[in-house]
Design a protein around this ligand. Structure first.
Ligand SMILES: Nc1ncnc2c1ncn2[C@@H]1O[C@H](COP(=O)(O)OP(=O)(O)OP(=O)(O)O)[C@@H](O)[C@H]1O
Length: 244
């Protein structure tokens, strides 16, 4: 079972504190990182992905450190940033093959891993389609495929459902739920609907502090919480309970 350990992690941008002594442990399944705009979600994902350099505290994935074991650490992680650019003129399979090469997947394993990644996000029928022909939902799913093409144990998805219509969101949530059966998935979101649909666990972040870490039932204090139950509990935990 993969374990991600985040201990006493703080981060600041100049004089602005974005994270304050964050502690979290993640294992197989989907954990939602829920918080309003500016809570520090992207900063935490940036540190976990090692796109941002750790200033204070400890982060480990199965005891690998982003500093000491940089290469193996990075190979353990797949990251879908909030904004990502793709070469529109390539096909989905070409783009994923290129990504696999860049992530040091050996030539022989590439076709199989590209096929698996496309299947995992239900884009197998689009392997030969140009990226420019994809809808917003498909593009986001391709973003998840690029994050998982080297078979990482941990997937970090930063606001993956933003900007999608309800049908595309439902499709993406199914994909995320499926991925969580075998991987450690951390999904940042400010939508309690996302949390209700995909998460086994939820961590609430507010102004850089973790104000809750536990199951959905514990958060809402009811055994099978709906998005509305979660909304109510969440609003009590954040300073600015803006759910838009
Ligand atoms: N590069 C930066 N320079 C200065 N301040 C930053 C930078 N990136 C983030 N911040 C600040 O750090 C805090 C946390 O930002 P972060 O983007 O991590 O939050 P978030 O929860 O991901 O918000 P959002 O949902 O809006 O992306 C905010 O106050 C933000 O303004």
């Amino acid at each position: 079972m993969t374990a991600v350990r985040i201990e006493a992690v703080s981060h600041s941008y100049g004089s602005r504190n974005a994270l304050a002594r964050v502690n979290l442990e993640l294992s197989t399944g989907v954990t939602a990182l829920l918080g309003p705009n500016g809570a520090g979600k992207s900063t935490l994902l940036g540190l976990l992905s090692s796109a941002l350099r750790l200033q204070r505290g400890t982060i480990e994935i199965d005891e690998l450190s982003p500093d000491r074991d940089a290469r193996r650490y990075r190979e353990s992680i797949g990251f879908l940033p909030q904004q990502f650019s793709v070469p529109n003129h390539l096909t989905c399979a070409e783009f994923l093959t290129l990504t696999a090469w860049w992530r040091r997947v050996g030539r022989r394993r590439r076709p199989e891993l590209v096929r698996e990644a496309l299947e995992a996000v239900a884009l197998q029928d689009r392997a030969s389609a140009k990226i420019r022909s994809l809808s917003g939902g498909m593009l986001r799913r391709l973003g998840i495929a690029q994050a998982m093409v080297n078979s990482p144990r941990v997937l970090l998805l930063d606001e993956p459902t933003v900007g999608l219509d309800p049908r595309q969101r439902a499709g993406l949530r199914e994909v995320i739920t499926e991925l969580g059966r075998t991987r450690t998935v951390l999904v940042s979101t400010h939508l309690t609907e996302d949390v209700a649909a995909v998460a086994d666990r939820v961590a609430v972040l507010d102004e850089g502090h973790v104000t809750f870490d536990g199951t959905l039932a514990d958060l809402a204090k009811t055994p099978a919480p709906t998005a509305t139950d979660l909304d109510r509990a969440y609003e009590d935990l954040v300073t600015d309970g803006d759910l838009t």
